[in-house]
Design a binder for this molecule. Sequence first.
Ligand code: PLP
Length: 439
Amino acid sequence: YAPLAEIDPEVQNILDKETWRQYSGLELIASENLTSLAAMEANGSILTNKYSEGLPNARYYGGNEWIDELEVLCQKRALQAFHLDPAKWGVNVQPYSGSTANFAALTALLQPQDRLMGLGLPDGGHLTHGYYTAKKKMTASSIYFQSLPYALDPSTHLIDYEGLKKQARIFKPRLIICGASAYPRDWDYTTLRAVADEHDAFLMADIAHTSGLVAAGELADPFEYCDVVTTTTHKTLRGPRAGLIFFRKDSLKAKDLEKRVNDAVFPACQGGPHNHTIAAIATTLLQASQPTWKEYAKQVVVNARTLGDELVSRGYKLQTQGTDNHLVLWDLRPLGLTGSKLEKLCDLVGITINKNAVSGDASAQVPGGIRLGTSALTSRDMLADDMKVVADFLHRAVQVALVLQKEAGSKLLKDFVRVASTVEEGKVGAKTVIDLRRE
Ligand code: PLP
C-alpha cells in the first residue's frame, strides 16, 4: 500500500486543485452539494472490490455475507428517512445514478413503445422523462417509449395541469412522470393522481432534486400519491452519486411492482451493484434521519427564498418570481445577456453556476437564464444574511458582464470570452472584475 500522492501525484494534484475550487469558491449549482466526509469515506472504501449481482440473500456470487447486511441496512434506512411503512413500500438501492434509476423504473412499469408523459425539458423537465426534439429522439426514454411532453402555463410559469389533463385525454398515457430539474415550485400530486387514474396510468415522481427536502417534510409528500418514486442521492440529499427506486407494494395498479422493479434494475439494466456507493448512501440516509437534517432542509429553502428575494429587490426577473424549494431560475433575457456569458464570467471569479433554459427560450443551445441552488452553500453553514452577500456578488457580476459585452462589441459568446480573458490578464480597464475576484 502506498498513498495516492506517492503512486499518482498527477491525479493527486488534480484532486487538490478541485478540492480548492470546491471550498474556496461559491457553489451554486442546484444539482450539486458537499457530501459529508463520513459518506465519502464509505464511498472510497474496500467495498468497491466486491461483486454481488442479485439481491440480499439471493446473490450470484459467494462472499456476500456483509454486503447483504449492508444492503438490507441501506434499504431500512431509506424507508425510515422518507417515513415509509415497510409493509407498503419497498426500495431498490442499487441504481448507479438517477438516469439509470429512471430507465429501470420505465422498464418496470411499461412495455416497449408504451406511452408516457413528462414535463418538457425546455420547461424544466429532465432528459430521462421522454425528451426528444423535432429532429431526433435523443434519449432512451423517447427511443424505446412513445412520449409526449406537458408544459408550463406561459403566463404563470406553473405546471399547466389543465393542459396536461386535456393532452392526456388524447394521448392516453400508461405513465405520467412528475418531477423536474429546473422547477422552483412544488407539485400538485392530488391533481396528477386524478389525471393518472382517469387513464388507469401509473404515476411516478422523480424527486432527484428535492428528495432532501421531501425527507424533511419541507415539500409535499409524493409517496402518498405515486406508485413509484425515484431519486438521485447526491443533490439536496447530499450523498454519493447514485439513485434509488421506491415502489409501492400495495399499488392498486399492479401487485407485483416489487418484482418488476427489482428485475428491471438487475438483470434488465445493470450488473453488479456498487457496494461502496450503497454504503455511502446508507450513511447519508442515517444523517437524513437525524433531527439536524430538518434544520438543514429548512435553511436550504430559506436561503433560496432569500437569494431570490434579494435578486428581485435589485430589479431582476425570476421565473415565478420566487421559489418553494432549493432553486431559483433567473431570467436574464430582459438584460440582453445570455446564461452562457454570466456562467463564464462567474467561473472567472469563483462562483459556480449553470446556464439554463427559461420558459419560452427560443434556443436551448443559448439559454436565456441561470439556475441557482442553495444546497451546497447551506451545507457550508451559510445563512440568509450570507445569501444577501451572494446576491450582491451576482449583481456585480451581471454589471461586469454587461460592460464586457459592450466592450466586445458583439453578442457572440466567443467574443465575450476573448474579452473576459484579457480582463483576467489585467489588459482591460474593467476593474470591478479584479475587485470581485479579490473578495
Ligand atoms: N432526474 C432529475 C430530475 C435530474 O435532475 C437528474 C440529474 O440532473 C437525473 C434524474 C439524472 O441523474 P444522474 O445525473 O445521476 O443520472
